[in-house]
Ligand binder design. Structure first.
Ligand code: URP
Ligand code: ZN
Ligand code: ZN
Length: 484
């Protein structure tokens, strides 16, 4: 047996497909062996009574990103990745955000430099496309897809980000042609701004009116619209941050018709509710994100969707803004719901929350947990099997979880730079005590040992096809030949 750098022995190892007792050996940053009765390596971790799980992949987070209104997120690539890894995530896929008029070349160069200097874990990038010009779609996108940025997010709402239906069709077709995946923020812009204007005109400015203007129907209509576009062109699409029952039904109905639709949901839609955003004074601003948290019926629909395969990925949509004038509240107490910076933090708690309330309470299996928090992200964004699993040859990205450890959540104990957590005071069970990134033990019992800038860029490949995808019909092939 080769001389192993690290062994993790006597644990219960789980992947998206299997659970087994055994030992894991690491050499040169990769998993070199999975066996029973391994001799200890240079560093040996006894995982008796512990779960040995793939390091998480969080494929939706906003790090060191300027919003379209010019507000910088509270986390940079250092605090964001430090926070992620303490919660068991070893790979993130944040956004390199194009705003209107920007060249993709400049955007990618800027984000790449900042991530390379600061990240402590590995990272890929999606693009945000706010300006899908002919040049972007025909020249810049193919170039960057070739360089490993194979997914991009587009918005159907926000004044300075939204693209119209005509542009959406262009983007969907271009993405498929070049082997990329489109992630869509689906909310009907005109419904939201019409409702918001009427609310503001009538003096309804408090945070809770954010949720009234971002009506469930605005989300499900937009989700359905873009899914129908994807059906028209027979191309895949991923609906991000699905918040409620109506959108779940739209996704399920379209998938039954053969739509190639992936779906993502996030902790805020399982663990927060409309009543949180309705807290008195400005307190509700801490829970303002788009789409907003909904009601209990929606939470139940999301739990069911996580268990029945409606959702492939569970991401944080970490959009960190401090609860002060630098972030959430540009006008302090006078900030209207329309001016509150949108987004909630969740990078560090994404996996522990789902483990505690999902696996711990029997709503999902351990293997589904691994699929939803790691493996499916890696598959959909073309990082598999390097990331998102425990297999010989994969990067040694591993969490050693104590399934019984109880933690009371407090903002003070979280490593991000946000200053509050929407989950303050909850007690959860299960925590990754040791986290290994490319064979390095980077977190052990709450202590970090990773150099700033030691994270590496991971090239993404083409998205994996959905399970049971049917072949395109002859009519569809002829139609696509006509329009391509
Ligand atoms: O409220 C949210 N989700 N803010 C972050 C930006 C986005 O929409 O993803
Ligand atoms: Zn979004
Ligand atoms: Zn987002």
């Amino acid at each position: 047996m080769q001389d192993l750098d690290l062994t993790i022995r006597n644990g219960t190892i789980a992947t998206a497909a299997d659970t087994f007792s055994g030992d894991l050996g690491v050499k040169d940053g990769r998993i070199a062996v999975l066996a029973r009765g391994l001799a200890p390596g240079k560093r040996d971790i006894d995982a008796s009574g512990k779960l040995v799980l793939p390091g998480g992949v969080d494929s939706h987070c906003h790090i060191e990103q300027l919003s379209s209104n010019g507000v910088m997120t509270a986390d940079d690539f250092y605090t964001g990745t430090v926070s992620a890894v303490h919660g068991g995530t070893t790979t993130i896929v944040p956004f390199a955000a194009q705003h209107r008029g920007m060249k993709i070349k400049d955007v990618v160069a800027d984000y790449s430099k900042r991530a390379a200097e600061k990240a402590v874990i590995d990272y890929g990038f999606h693009l945000i496309l706010a300006d899908p010009t002919e040049e972007v779609l025909t020249q810049e996108l193919p170039e960057y897809i070739g360089k490993g940025i194979t997914s991009f997010k587009v918005y159907m709402t926000y004044d300075l980000l939204k693209i119209d239906d005509y542009q959406m069709l262009d983007v969907l077709l271009a993405a498929e042609k070049h082997g990329a995946l489109v992630m869509v923020h689906a909310e009907n812009h005109d419904v939201i701004r019409w409702l918001a204007k009427r609310l503001l005109d009538r003096g309804h400015t408090e945070p809770k009116f954010h949720a009234v203007s971002h009506a469930p129907l605005a989300e499900s209509e937009a989700a359905n619209r873009v899914i129908q576009f994807s059906r028209l062109l027979d191309v895949p699409v991923l609906i991000v941050h699905v918040s409620g029952a109506e959108s779940v039904r739209a996704i399920q109905a379209a998938r039954a018709l053969g739509a190639r639709v992936y779906a993502e949901t996030c902790p805020q839609y399982l663990f927060l509710k409309g009543s949180d955003i309705s807290r008195p004074g400005m307190e509700g601003a801490k829970y303002c994100c788009s789409p907003p948290p909904r009601d209990e019926a929606s939470q139940n629909a999301l739990w069911a969707g996580l268990a029945d395969g409606t959702f492939q990925v569970f991401s944080s949509d970490h959009a960190p803004y401090r609860f002060d004038a630098s972030g959430k509240l540009p006008k302090g107490e006078k900030t209207s719901f329309k001016e509150i910076a949108n987004g909630v933090p969740g990078l560090e708690l994404r996996m522990p929350l789902l483990f505690s309330e999902g696996v711990g309470k029997g709503r999902i299996s351990l293997n589904e947990f691994v699929a939803l928090t790691a493996t499916n992200h890696a598959r959909i964004y073309g990082m598999y099997p390097r990331k998102g699993t425990i297999a010989v040859g994969s990067d040694a990205d591993v969490g050693v979880w104590d399934p019984d450890k109880e933690t009371k959540i407090t903002a003070a104990a979280i490593h991000d730079n946000v200053g509050y957590t929407p989950y303050e005071g909850r007690t959860i069970k299960g925590w990754p005590e040791i986290v290994v990134s490319r064979g390095r033990v980077v977190v052990e019992n709450g202590k970090l040992s990773a150099e700033k800038g030691s994270g590496k860029f991971v090239r993404c490949g083409a998205p994996e096809p959905l399970k049971h995808e049917r072949k395109p019909t002859t009519e569809m092939r002829l139609f696509k030949a006509l329009i391509s």
